[in-house]
Design a protein around this ligand. Structure first.
Ligand code: UDP
Ligand code: MG
Length: 149
């Protein structure tokens, strides 16, 4: 079982796209274990994006993610990392396939609407940064059997 952190970035909230983006993940069949609206301060942004420190876009990335409220979510299940990344689309929206979230709703790499963890290891690390354990629900395995078997 894998766990992924999702962030609906400030442009998603400002553009009124929380519902449509969450709907796409939900309708695909992904299971949410945590969901909240919050602000990301600079310290948290720098930790979350530490792997990008030193890159030319790092400062603008930190500024972007701290520029307004975000929605963070935890999604759990088999193979969710790859499934979510495929649903999200390429980092640069101009190369993201139509039908993906970025391919349907975004045009600029610096305003690409959504973050999704890129490996199971990073999913665990990122979730620990954004959620306390008691903010994540235990999913009902009896009713969600199909996704866990
Ligand atoms: N980013 C950017 N310019 C770039 C590369 C990345 O502004 O040239 C931003 C973009 O918001 C991206 C984030 O930095 O989502 C993290 O980059 P990463 O390569 O991890 O892309 P992702 O995993 O979000 O697809
Ligand atoms: Mg990434």
């Amino acid at each position: 079982m894998e766990r992924s952190l999702i962030i609906l970035k400030p442009d998603a909230v400002q553009r009124g796209l929380m519902g449509p983006i969450i709907s796409r993940l939900e309708q695909r069949g992904l299971r949410f274990a945590g969901l909240k609206l919050m602000r990301v301060d600079e310290a948290l942004a720098r930790r979350h994006y530490a792997v990008h420190e030193g890159k030319p876009f790092f400062a603008s990335l930190v500024e972007y993610i701290t520029s307004g409220p975000v929605v963070v979510a935890a999604i759990t299940g088999n193979n969710v990392i790859a499934t979510i990344r495929n649903t999200v689309g390429a980092t640069n929206p101009s190369q993201a396939a139509p039908g993906t979230i970025r391919g349907d709703y975004a045009v600029e790499i610096g305003r690409n609407l959504i973050h999704a963890s890129d490996s199971p290891e990073n999913g665990e690390k990122e979730l620990a940064l954004f959620f306390a354990p008691n903010e994540l629900v235990e999913l009902e395995r009896s009713t969600d059997r199909w996704i866990y078997e």
